[in-house]
Structures are given as C-alpha cells and as structure tokens.
Design a protein around this ligand. Structure first.
Ligand SMILES: Nc1ncnc2c1ncn2[C@@H]1O[C@H](COP(=O)(O)OP(=O)(O)OP(=O)(O)O)[C@@H](O)[C@H]1O
Length: 270
C-alpha cells in the first residue's frame, strides 16, 4: 500500500487535504484521500436503514470523469454506500456533496436533476413496457424525449435498437442490464452509479459489459461502481475503495490495490 504522506497528489499535482491513517498491524489505510476538485464528496458518513447503522465514518471522492470502484466482502455495505449517495438510505451523520451542492438530505427524485444516475442491481427495468418505452421513462422529467440521447443510447447498445418494440420482461439478463443502463443514460448524467453491473451475466458477456462501461467513461461520464468481480473491476478503474464492516479499509489506484499483498490475500483470493 502506498503511503500518502504529502499534501499533493503525485500524479496530478492536485491538493490533497487529508492523509489516511495507516493501521500499524495490517498496513491498511483506514481513511481515504480527499481532493479539492471532486464532483462527489462523501465525508464522515454514517448511514443505514431506519435505526440500523451500516456505514461508519465513510469518506469517498469521485473526481470529474473518474472511474471509481468499491469492492469488499459480502455485507460490507458497498451497495448501502452507493444508495446513500442516491438518497436511498437513512443518512445519520456526515455529508454528501455533489458538484458543490449539499445533497445529504436530498431525495432521489431531486438528485437526478443534479446529474447523478443510478442503476440498481435488481428490478431495474419496467417488465411490461417495451424497450423504447423504458428508455423514454428514463427521461420522464423532461417535457419531451431527447431524441439525440435516445440515438446515443441505441448507438451504445445496438441490440436495444433492434428490440425497441420488445417487452423488457422477455429479454435476457444481459439485455435487461443494458436497458437499465441505457435508461439512466437518457439524462446524460455526470456521474453514473452502477451496482454490480456484471451480476447474473453469462461469463462470456461480462467482458463485453465492462467494455461498454469503459466507453461510457471514455466519453466523459464519471463512474462509481460496486462489483463482486473485484479483480476485473480494479483492473479497469482509475481508483478503488475496499470497504469492510461499513468502514473504509483501503483506498488507492486500482493498480496499487491489485498489487497490494494485504488486499490480495484478504479480498482477492491470493
Ligand atoms: N433495506 C435494508 N434494510 C435493512 N438492512 C439492510 C437493507 N439492505 C441491506 N441491509 C443490510 O446492510 C448490510 C450491508 O448490505 P449491503 O448490501 O450494503 O452490502 P454489500 O457490501 O453490497 O454486500 P453484497 O456484496 O453481498 O451485495 C447487510 O447486513 C444487509 O443485510
């Protein structure tokens, strides 16, 4: 694990205004770096469901156009962290800021106006609606369907154009995942939250899904992704967080996390 001992990011020269604490026994950094140009800033967040607290003192940053992955064991709170950014949990303490606006207490219906799109892991399409109707629903907050956004989605996922009249419920898991992503892209978000986009996909479709996410990111959309397929996710992303028991455990570039012995041993199967 790289020590973060300066006030400046060595890669970019940007200011870093906090250094993570390093655990003397495990070598894990328990905090996370903070940048002054982040579009998403999660600070000291405690959150959960009702009175049940899942996240404790979590920090997370996403910078413009960055591709960030959250990995960690089952039940660590990865999905809860993502839901907390999108206003779907009880945020008990700390803050969430996006593009300079405090969205700690903002509801999802308003968060989409801020430029955040969320693709949940399950139940993410309207089964009884056609592909095209699903995509149109993605832009329901606008007076008219943005035809250019619709064409961009169809260009990204040509199978959706082919099947535009088909009921979403009759499509395969991979196609539904593309539809859910496409629907969220209809509003051209600045930040796309993806909860386990490879879950349930046949192995030969997983790479294809990751390639599509790479392209969305290459075109400028920042990505925050939770993934069980940790090695592949870390290989693809710019930066990653390892969450354990609802707390930050490691934070670093994907490459550094993949190379870190502690991360490999405890979370990546050696
Ligand atoms: N709606 C909910 N109400 C109450 N507890 C919940 C709810 N959703 C999740 N939890 C609990 O919160 C904890 C963290 O769950 P979460 O889904 O965030 O973990 P995760 O790291 O994403 O796990 P996995 O990799 O298994 O999806 C778990 O103990 C889970 O049972």
């Amino acid at each position: 694990m790289s020590d973060i001992d300066s006030e400046t990011d060595p890669d970019t020269g940007d200011a870093v205004d906090a250094e993570p604490e390093t655990d003397a026994d495990t070598g894990a950094n328990r905090g996370a770096r903070r940048w002054d140009d982040s579009i998403l800033e999660v600070r000291n967040l405690d959150a959960g469901y009702g009175d049940l607290q899942i996240l404790s003192d979590v920090d997370l940053d996403v910078r413009p156009g960055e591709y960030v992955t959250i990995v960690g064991p089952n039940g660590a709170g990865k999905s809860t962290l993502m839901k907390s950014v999108f206003g779907l949990t009880n945020r008990m303490d700390g803050s969430v800021t996006f593009g300079g606006s405090d969205i700690t207490d903002t509801v999802p219906e308003e968060i989409i106006y801020e430029g955040i799109g969320y693709v949940p892991q399950n139940d993410n399409v309207f089964a009884n609606l056609s592909v095209q109707e699903n995509l149109e629903m993605g832009a329901y907050i606008l007076d008219e369907t943005p035809e250019d956004a619709l064409e961009t989605v169809y260009d990204r996922f040509p199978i959706l154009r082919e099947r535009r009249e088909q009921k979403a419920g009759t499509m395969s898991g991979g196609q539904r995942q593309m539809l859910a992503m496409g629907r969220t892209l209809m509003l051209d978000p600045d930040l796309l939250l993806l909860d386990e986009p490879s879950a349930g996909l046949a192995p030969d479709l997983v790479d294809d899904m990751f390639d599509r996410i790479d392209r969305i990111n290459d075109d400028g959309t920042a990505i925050l992704m939770v993934e069980q397929n940790a090695k592949e996710a870390l290989r693809r992303c710019d930066r990653g967080y390892v969450l354990v028991d609802g707390r930050n455990r490691y934070e670093d570039s994907g490459v550094e996390l993949l190379a870190d012995q502690g991360v490999r041993q405890d979370f990546l199967g050696g």
